[in-house]
Design a protein around this ligand. Structure first.
Ligand SMILES: [Ca+2]
Ligand SMILES: [Ca+2]
Length: 251
């Protein structure tokens, strides 16, 4: 009886740990269940401890759990993994800071190319804009000839409105708050002409893709759009499971 009771407790505890990991994914193929890209920036080799400085020594993300980062920056300090206290990490100690300088720096998380038409791709991140900042978050794929195309682009405008980019910038009706960590999610079925955006729990579906030519999925790139402003990303994988209190009453 006591063994059975202990087993029950163990199973309940495992269930709680599993459920707290359920949102752990940045990029996942929901059809196959395979995680394609994941990073919480806690395992990166170097961390920038300071506010933005373009000549700081390089501290690019280089140790994602899954997927591969490519950083495009003209000065080493422009895109950095940092633990600087402003705004501070959403989870853990570290987060990604993308500063916009006179060039157009961006960070790309590339994944194993997904070529099965009809598979559902899910992307999620926690995002935070400094006041006046704007950003572009784009899922990428390839067309039939193997050329890269931009599948879905979400523009966070300095007006705090969220647009999708498809033959122009079109208001989703969703807004964001500056200096605040908020969750964004994109769901796209490989080959589909529409996608859905979920921001802070509110979902808008049926948004036209930027390019209808994509027949595969290859990753996501993140860009800051307003010179002198920072955009931050974190929580790309879930923090370590929180300790859960399990109360069991015996009769
Ligand atoms: Ca850098
Ligand atoms: Ca983190």
């Amino acid at each position: 009886m006591k063994i059975l009771f202990s087993m029950k407790l163990l199973v309940m505890t495992l269930l709680i740990i599993c459920s707290s990991n359920a949102s752990a994914v940045t990029i996942k193929n929901l059809t196959t269940g395979i995680t394609l890209g994941s990073d919480d920036f806690e395992a990166t080799t170097k961390v920038d401890n300071n506010a933005y400085n373009q000549t700081a020594s390089d501290a690019d993300p280089d140790n994602s759990t899954v997927g591969t980062w490519t950083i495009s920056e003209d000065y080493s300090g422009v895109i950095q993994v940092t633990d600087y206290s402003v705004p501070g990490a959403y989870a853990g100690d570290n987060y990604l800071r993308i500063h916009k300088n006179s060039s157009a720096p961006f960070a790309t998380l590339s994944v194993d190319e997904q070529t099965t038409i009809g598979d559902t791709i899910h992307f999620e991140t926690i995002i935070n804009h400094s006041a006046g900042a704007s950003s572009l978050v784009t899922l990428t794929g390839k067309d039939n000839s193997g050329s890269s195309v931009w599948v879905t682009s979400i523009l966070f405008a300095a007006s705090k409105s969220i647009y999708y980019v498809s033959g122009g910038n079109i208001d989703t009706g969703l807004d964001f708050i500056t200096d605040t960590w908020q969750k964004m999610e994109i769901d796209w079925v490989v080959g589909a002409d529409t996608f859905s955006l979920t921001f802070d729990g509110a979902t808008v579906s049926g948004l036209p893709v930027r390019s209808t030519d994509a027949v595969s999925f290859t990753g996501v790139f993140l860009r800051s759009e307003v010179a002198g402003k920072d955009v931050y990303f974190d929580g790309i994988s879930a923090p370590a499971p929180k300790l859960s209190l399990v109360v069991v009453t015996s009769h």
